[in-house]
Design a protein around this ligand. Structure first.
Ligand code: BG6
Length: 484
């Protein structure tokens, strides 16, 4: 694999929650991939910090096992594992007490970037920030990385932002939304702002509607307790789908720089109109064929939490007035497929007559799987017998176009962690952005609660409740097939 890597400076990365699931599945395998790509300088150190009392050797074994399970280790030699693991250390730290903090402070290098990954629940954020200061772990070279959920609603997000701001400057806080690290999500910006072709048409005059689908096949599995308090709206829409919507809808930023990009995204969120009850459909997966129902997975027989949501959103600004954005996400759906489809309007007049048929141009940005961009164009059906129009894809699958050997398909976390080390906040959410997203989300959720809405059951392996199809049908539109 050809890897285009930009060297980074030596760093210390402390992972609070270093024994947790995210550390095992994502953070450490991502760092290992970057190490294999030659991007981890020799002096870089990773320090796991958690409640478990164990020594560094035991932690290394634990991480070694995680790498074998979760890292793509094709062509990796045993010596590489050993060298990587040798850069890992461990400290037993009590986030709410005094234990381990002096030891951790003693392990940090001087004059190097120090990143602290808060891979713990938000209830510990403030305690960690406070202790980092008290024990002299925070300085000018410090950056903290915080995971979602960033709050549960506007009030809690504000409280978290305030608590962190007592100890850190906004320029030191990296709020992760891993969707922003996905290759195609960034490509979306390259396509919009690197080509002359699309931007002149990118408005309600030419675009009929936009569909954003993030479909998953998995259920809530072992995360039932968290998920039942969150639901698809808080877990996916408030952050991931909202970020996709922002990148699709924002005005061109003056520069690809953190505040230029984040200012434009913020304007989109603030221009979102409230969503009326009849403009959304909530669903909850039912069990069957050996699969547990949502209620069973969540351990809450009376749960009213949604594992699926579809909605029609409107952006009230000059560019988008009149172009709806249909958002849809759910678990246990028929396929794992995430895409954004930009559906252009009909041509104003067909010179070929009704028999020829009419097709709309659709620009599809596929996030996963098979990342790529496809533009549906109308051509003449080959052969004699008059003019019949058909739709063919101008397909730009990255793997085909670039050759799979030439793309470094870095995981979202790899890119984002390296951005933290490089000090680039472009792909991270700013405090006001997160708060604006909650300000739009809260009234929607409160509305359900006040009305006592129950989610509609849907079969596992389906496309969600049939009412979601109606949401489009009543506007004379159709959801795109959720295909692999
Ligand atoms: C997480 C959500 O943020 O994103 C999960 O909490 C969801 O519920 C996951 O499954 C989806 O991420 P990806 O990268 O697999 O699409």
């Amino acid at each position: 694999m050809v890897s285009r890597t930009i060297p980074v400076e030596a760093f210390d990365l402390v992972i609070f929650g270093g024994t947790g699931d995210l550390a095992r599945r994502k953070i450490l395998p991502s760092l290992f991939h970057r190490f294999c790509a030659g991007q981890m300088p020799e002096g870089a150190r990773i320090i796991g910090a958690a409640r478990t009392e164990q020594d560094a050797a035991t932690y290394r074994e634990f991480i070694g096992a995680a790498l074998h399970e979760f890292a793509d280790a094709q062509g990796v030699k045993k010596a590489d594992y050993d060298t990587f693991l040798a850069q890992i250390d461990y400290v037993h730290v009590d986030a709410l007490g005094t234990e381990g903090w002096d030891e951790l402070a003693g392990k940090l290098g001087r004059g190097v970037i120090q990143a602290f990954y808060f891979s713990v629940g938000p209830s510990l954020f403030e305690a960690l920030a406070e202790r980092m200061h008290k024990y002299g772990l925070a300085g000018e070279l410090t950056r903290i990385v915080v995971e979602k959920p960033f709050g549960h609603d506007l009030a809690s997000a504000k409280a978290l932002n305030k608590a962190l701001s007592l100890h850190f400057d906004e320029s030191q806080i990296y709020r992760i939304d891993h969707y922003l690290g996905k290759e195609t999500v960034q490509n979306l910006m390259a396509v919009r702002f690197g080509n002359m072709l699309f931007e002149p048409l990118w408005n309600s005059q030419y675009i009929d509607h936009i569909q954003i689908t993030v479909a998953e096949t998995v259920g809530v599995g072992g995360r039932g307790e968290y998920y039942d308090r969150a639901g698809a709206m808080r877990d996916m829409v408030q952050n991931h789908l909202m970020q996709l919507l922002c990148l699709i809808a924002m005005e061109p930023p003056a520069k690809f720089e953190p505040d230029s990009v984040r200012d434009e995204k913020l304007k989109v969120i603030r221009a979102l109109e409230p969503v009326a009850p009849e403009e959304m459909v909530r669903g909850q997966y039912a069990g069957g064929e050996g699969l547990a129902s949502y209620a069973e997975d969540a351990g809450n027989a009376k749960s009213r939490t949604e594992s699926f949501i579809a909605m029609k959103a409107h952006i009230s600004n000059w560019r988008w007035a009149g172009t709806p954005f249909y958002l849809r996400t759910g678990k246990r759906l028929k396929n794992r497929a995430s895409e954004i489809a930009v559906v252009f309007k009909d041509t104003p007049h067909s010179i070929f007559g009704d028999e020829a048929g009419r097709h709309r141009n659709i620009l599809t940005i596929r996030l996963q799987p098979n990342e790529g961009i496809e533009l549906g164009v109308t051509i003449k059906e080959p052969g004699p017998g008059g003019m019949r129009l058909i739709d063919v894809p101008l397909d730009m699958s990255f793997a085909d176009a670039l050759g799979s050997d030439n793309i470094d398909v870095a995981d979202a976390y790899e890119r984002l962690i390296m951005d933290v080390i490089r000090g680039n906040q472009t792909l991270f959410m700013r405090d006001d952005e997160v708060e604006a997203a909650w300000a739009w989300t809260d009234p929607i959720i409160e509305g359900w609660q006040e009305r006592g809405d129950r989610p509609l059951p849907y079969d596992s392996g389906s496309a969600g409740p049939t009412d979601a199809l109606m949401l489009m049908h009543q506007d004379g539109r159709r959801w795109r097939e959720i295909r692999k």
